[in-house]
Design a protein around this ligand. Structure first.
Ligand SMILES: C[S@@+](CC[C@H](N)C(=O)[O-])C[C@H]1O[C@@H](n2cnc3c(N)ncnc32)[C@H](O)[C@@H]1O
Length: 195
């Protein structure tokens, strides 16, 4: 394959369904994203407290991870992604900012290698739509979330994998989560569930 056709292939993956290619991770760091959904909005929506243990699924290069880790003064942030390159990128950015309260986990796409009831919050932004085995993951979210913990899922317009509010509610509704609240419009939204 020539370099040009390789670039074409990667570009096609950005605009079509499937795992977001790590080669385009830099686009996830553009400050213009703040106009649509900022890390500060996320922190409010998930009700983050300083001592929480938090899982971010699919952090990519860590656009939301850095402000979240900074807010966790005594807590801990776990980043879990299916692409090692994304974890490496996020780690490089977090290390540069001397954030020491973060652990990095490579996902196998089916199970989440954490203890039962490990997390106060599990959150993800523009991730669930591209997860291949959604049902397996949702079962795992339930297992690893603490009782009364928050599962927070954000989906944003423009993502080719975006799923709708109704699709998400019906998917999560198959498990014993309770729906808590919706933030934003049906175009750009966060849904919070609890257990
Ligand atoms: C569109 S990017 C979003 C990154 C970040 N949440 C943000 O908004 O900047 C989706 C991320 O989810 C990850 N991902 C996709 N499928 C996954 C899976 N099954 N398990 C864990 N991470 C996954 C991708 O590798 C990528 O880092």
């Amino acid at each position: 394959m020539t370099t040009n056709s390789k670039h074409h292939e990667v570009l096609k993956r950005v605009t079509s369904k499937g795992v977001f290619p790590y080669q385009w991770a830099f686009t996830l760091l553009l400050p213009i994203r703040n106009l649509i959904f900022s890390p500060q909005q996320l922190i409010k929506r998930i009700g983050l407290k300083e001592d929480y243990t938090v899982l971010e699924l699919g952090p990519g290069p860590g656009y939301f991870s850095i402000p979240v880790a900074r807010k966790l003064k005594t807590g801990k942030l776990h980043l879990a992604d299916i692409q090692q390159e994304m974890l490496d990128y996020a780690k490089k950015r977090c290390d540069k900012r001397k954030l020491t309260n973060i652990e990095y986990h490579l996902c196998n796409g089916k199970t989440l290698d954490f203890e039962d009831h490990a997390f106060d919050i599990i959150f993800m932004v523009t991730v669930i739509g591209e997860v291949e085995n959604k049902e397996d993951y949702i079962r795992e979210f339930y297992r690893i979330l603490k009782p009364n913990g928050i599962l927070s899922i954000t989906e944003l317009a423009g993502d080719p994998d975006k799923i709708t509010v109704d699709e998400l509610k019906s998917m999560i509704g198959k498990y014993p989560f309770s729906f808590l609240e919706q933030f934003g419009s049906n175009k750009n939204f966060t849904l919070n569930f609890t257990k």
